[in-house]
Structures are given as C-alpha cells and as structure tokens.
Design a binder for this molecule. Structure first.
Ligand SMILES: [Zn+2]
Length: 167
C-alpha cells in the first residue's frame, strides 16, 4: 500500500483563478454528505481554466459490489465515465487538455489517502499525468484546498495549499 501524501505548509501556495476555485468549492458543498469529483482543464499558461464537475458513482458501485467497493460516496469517489469522457471532448474542443482531477474529503483534511493513491496510480486510471486537487469540507464549510502534482520519479510531490488569485 502506498503511503498517504500530505500538504507541506512550508511550500509556497498554488494560485488558481478565483472562478475555478469557487466552482469546485461550490461543487463540494452541493454533493454533501458525499464527496464531489471532477476534472480541470487548462493549457501551458494557465493550468486551471475550466472545471468539469462529474458525478461520483461510488455509492452505486458500493451497493452493487460491496466486496470490491467497501466504501460509499461519503468516503470515496469514482468518476462517472460518461461525464469524464464528455469533459475530455469539451476541453479538447476548446483547445485545452485535462490537467487535474479534483475531489473532496468530507470531515477529513487535505491529503491523498492510500485509497486515492491506489486509484490515481492504477494502470486503468484515465488521467495518469494529471495533478490531483483535494477540497476539505468540515460542517458544510470549505476549510482547505490542496494541490498534489505528479512526481515523474515516483507518485506525487508533497502537496501545496491553494489560494485564489489571478494568474
Ligand atoms: Zn480522497
């Protein structure tokens, strides 16, 4: 099992366009008490230009196959395939590419859990080069957002907190 990856508070924060940050935080509140998930598209200059919310189908998978999916959508995410394929098409049509996958943690902080890492590093994961973004929600409020960039040598670099700004 890979170790979980934490945010290093000493690293400089990552700056996301406010519109994109607001949109993924709103999505995280809308899907309570379950985790949200989705994709971010951008280009070389601004990696976070558009957010594509996707449905989290972990609860359905858990109900159909609890042995292989022991947790439901409150403690895990599984992106709906139609939603993410549509997002990829729309992003490409706008001249963008998928740069990140986001999801929320309900009642937990920002880190990549062992389960997140297993999913992100699985050979069937559709976005092997994407960064991961985690949104922490406690009592209905967003407390932190973290960005985890891929480490070409291993799995992920230590995370950075995300702040809103203009790129
Ligand atoms: Zn997670």
């Amino acid at each position: 099992m890979p170790q979980r990856v934490e945010v290093d508070p000493n690293l400089s924060p990552a700056i996301f366009p406010s519109r994109v940050l607001n949109e993924i935080c709103a999505h995280a509140r809308e899907t309570l008490p379950e985790e949200c998930c989705g994709l971010i598209a951008g280009d070389a200059r601004v990696r976070q230009r558009l957010a594509y919310p996707c449905r989290n189908e972990m609860t359905r998978r858990h109900q159909l196959d609890p042995a292989n999916f022991p947790r439901d959508g409150r403690e895990g995410f599984y992106m709906n395939q139609l939603d993410y394929l549509k997002a990829v098409q729309e992003a490409e049509a706008s001249g963008l590419r998928i740069t990140a996958v986001y999801h929320s943690h309900v009642g937990f902080g920002v880190y990549l859990s062992e389960m997140d890492l297993e999913y992100a590093l699985h050979e069937a994961f559709p976005f092997p080069d994407a960064d991961h973004i985690v949104i922490a929600v406690f009592d209905g409020k967003i407390t932190d957002v973290g960005l985890f960039e891929r480490d070409p040598e291993a799995s992920f670099l230590p995370g950075r907190f995300v702040l809103a700004g203009s790129p």
